[in-house]
Design a binder for this molecule. Structure first.
Ligand SMILES: C[S@@+](CC[C@H](N)C(=O)[O-])C[C@H]1O[C@@H](n2cnc3c(N)ncnc32)[C@H](O)[C@@H]1O
Length: 271
């Protein structure tokens, strides 16, 4: 029985998937890779378009990976990615992280990338992730921390982008500053603090190609994705304000000295 009370802020618009499909196990799950063994059973919660999921499957050739999604509409793309890469030890299912439809101890690794910031009850999500992980296994979680994102140079309009994003994501029932809270949520979920390793990771965009890609996708997201709809319908911004924020993103992207860093919290929790 689904228990999700939050609305997924981004939705799966093309401008959102432009960033999600860029993700790999190397650039998004590096903190986990040294813990993987070839025969592991992995659950990838909130797998989205499944590029990380397919990478994880390639890293456990004698194991099995399950990609789980709350939103069924994205799963055909995830399946197509796995098929195109010739990865056969992966399958996908619909489900809710708050109430996982798996028995206790079913997996060796339960992984979630950029998911807990969007769910209504991240502590319950972590309890469920722990329940389905076998003793000796690992729960691995990584989430961005929006208030810790930083950039150069200052551009009028980008502080307004951040302020609006924080308000919309919280109105949707999520916590956009999840990164700094992951270890605390894990403790509240019952993990032994001695078994929690908390680290931080980054994405950094500064080449002309990176600046163009990152600024364009945020400019487009701001005016065309599900986020834009919620921002306007919820009374958080007018379409004109969204258009102004989109222009601010393009202005930042055009700066020769442009530099943008996303900070992520990461936890590896031993079960
Ligand atoms: C930001 S995307 C991350 C996708 C993928 N992990 C990645 O990093 O590319 C978050 C995903 O979590 C999914 N999601 C949101 N709430 C969920 C829930 N309660 N249970 C499972 N998945 C959920 C969304 O549908 C979305 O695809």
């Amino acid at each position: 029985m689904p228990q999700e009370s939050a609305v997924y802020t981004h939705g799966h618009h093309e401008s959102v998937l432009r960033s999600h499909t860029w993700r790999t196990a190397a650039n998004s799950a590096g903190y986990l890779l040294a813990s993987l063994r070839p025969d592991m059973r992995i659950l990838d919660v909130g797998c989205g378009p499944g590029t990380i999921t397919a990478d994880l499957a390639a890293l456990v050739p004698d194991g099995e990976v399950t990609g789980l999604e709350y939103a069924p509409d994205i799963l055909p793309q995830a399946r197509a990615t796995a098929t195109a890469r010739g990865v056969t030890n992966v399958h996908f299912a619909v489900g809710d992280v708050h109430a996982l439809d798996y028995p206790d101890d079913a997996f060796d690794v339960v992984h979630a990338h950029q998911v807990l910031q969007h769910v209504g009850d991240p502590v319950q999500a972590l309890r469920e992730m722990r329940r389905v992980t076998a003793p000796g296994g690992i729960v691995a979680v990584r989430d961005a921390d929006y208030s810790a994102m930083t950039w150069y140079p200052a551009v009028d309009g980008l502080p307004g982008w951040l302020d609006l994003y924080l308000r919309v994501a919280r109105a949707n029932g999520g916590e956009p500053d999840a990164g700094r809270r992951l270890h605390a949520w894990a403790r509240q979920a019952g993990f032994d603090p001695a078994g929690i390793t908390a680290t931080a990771g980054t994405w950094c965009y500064h080449t002309p190609q990176e600046r163009s890609w990152w600024s364009e996708l945020w400019a487009d997201r701001t005016v065309t994705s599900a986020y834009a709809g919620t921002a306007v319908d919820g009374g958080h911004a007018t379409p004109e304000e969204l258009a102004r924020i989109g222009r601010a993103w393009r202005e930042w992207g055009a700066q020769e000295d442009g530099w943008f860093t996303v900070l992520h919290g990461e936890i590896l929790c031993r079960v």
